[in-house]
Design a protein around this ligand. Structure first.
Ligand code: FEO
Length: 401
């Protein structure tokens, strides 16, 4: 697609990956982009981040379009070393021969770990350090664990541009580069999905970064992340969304997430769902064997109430339920309300296991859990409906509706 001018002297030179569908287990139905940015100032030319290894030639083509010879680049700024951005670093260093590579201490150690080149011209930077490039200044702000220990962001005050690595990004391949040129609904679906599956475990650190941005009084006209679109029209909205998600604010919505062996837990799930709907909240039903876990996490992010159902299999959970709840637990959702349910034939431990997951995610239980032997009776299903209603009422109270 060619390099794209973002502002005078500042260009997108990254790559669009239309075909990626599995990003280390994250399903990317809409592809992704690996963004890199080139600053051509009066004294120095700077490349911010690189691309996934297979897109090295695309990056070089885009750089050549702007400055001809890539060796005109003086400095590399490495905001984040994960291989979707850092995979091409070794070849870029070879092609560019940078005078200096600016990065955090953890990024230097990480690059030595990946590339085994202690001889590269690393310059470690910390929050508050600055670099003059002629008419511009680059300010560095460390953002540890948003979302790797090496992470930092770069800010150019003269242009009011924040180069934010993974933060505020999304896996979304588009032929245009700016937020106002993309489909807004699709864009926000992908941003939420990205937050839920990548950033959510580090929400306390996101709050610290947002506070640092406030304390430093950074004026931001444009956010240039390492994935997806550049924010220029909806900067306020994306920052507010990050603030809301990192405070674990959720919507008055109930998710019924389950799987089933011989349809008994499924009958219970439907009754729970019916109860929640009758109580007047938005409710959604997800059978795990036919659901996409990555998409489902975006739903979990936004829902206050969770009802989990599983039959007991070999004293444990059904594997699909065990798999999703393990994945979800690692992403550390917080401040949810929930309860568990499920059918059994002999011993019935599934509810106990689900309650343990709720305990580990600090979910407030609205009921100790409901289990049914073999097939639910009409009375059992009424009880499930009542539990759906109870969860919905508690969700409405908690969300103030
Ligand atoms: Fe997009 Fe954490 O790499």
């Amino acid at each position: 697609m060619g390099a794209v001018k973002i502002k005078d002297g500042f260009y997108w030179v990254g790559a669009v990956d239309w075909n990626v569908r599995d990003f280390h287990g994250y399903t990317t139905h809409r592809g992704s982009t690996y963004n890199a940015y080139l600053l051509t100032d009066s004294e120095k030319t700077v490349l911010f981040d690189t691309v996934k290894a297979g897109f090295f030639e695309t990056l070089m083509t885009h750089i050549r379009e702007v400055i001809g010879n890539p060796e005109r680049i003086d400095y590399l700024v490495i905001n984040h070393i994960e291989p979707d951005h850092g995979g091409a670093i070794a070849r870029v260093v070879e092609a560019v021969k940078p005078e200096k590579i600016f990065c955090t201490r953890n990024a230097r150690l990480g690059m030595i770990g990946y590339f085994h080149r202690e001889d590269w011209p690393f310059v470690e930077v910390k929050t508050g350090d600055e670099l003059k490039t002629g008419t511009r200044t680059i300010k560095f702000i460390e953002t540890p664990m948003v979302h790797w220990p090496d992470s930092m962001v770069s800010y150019i005050p003269e242009d009011k541009i924040l180069i934010s690595q993974d933060a505020f990004g999304e896996h979304y391949a588009t032929s245009t580069r700016f937020d106002d040129e993309a489909n807004f609904c699709e864009l926000f679906q992908e941003v939420a999905k990205y937050y839920a599956n990548i950033v959510l475990p580090f929400s306390p650190q996101v709050q610290k970064v947002l506070k640092a941005i406030q304390d430093l009084k950074l004026e931001i006209e444009m956010i240039c992340p390492d994935h997806g679109v550049i924010w220029r029209r909806h900067v306020k909205e994306i920052v507010e969304a990050y603030d809301r998600w990192s405070r674990y604010e959720a919507k008055p919505r109930v998710l019924v997430i389950y799987d089933t062996m011989w349809a008994s837990t499924e009958m219970m799930a439907w009754a729970v769902y019916e109860g929640a709907v009758k109580e007047g909240v938005e409710a959604e039903l997800f059978k795990l064997s036919v659901s996409d876990e990555t998409e489902l996490m975006a739903e979990v992010l936004e829902a206050k109430g969770l009802a989990f159902g599983s039959p007991t299999l070999n004293n444990g959970l059904l594997p699909t339920v065990a798999g999703f709840t393990t994945y979800m637990k690692g992403l550390r959702p917080r401040k949810k309300l929930g309860f568990s349910f499920g059918s059994y034939g002999w011993s019935g431990e599934a509810v106990k296991h689900l309650n343990k997951i709720f305990e580990e995610t600090k979910t407030e239980l609205v009921h100790e859990g409901f289990k049914v032997k073999y097939r639910p009776t009409v009375e059992d299903l009424k009880q499930c409906e009542e539990l759906g209603r109870l969860l919905a009422r508690r969700v409405k109270e908690a969300c103030g509706v």
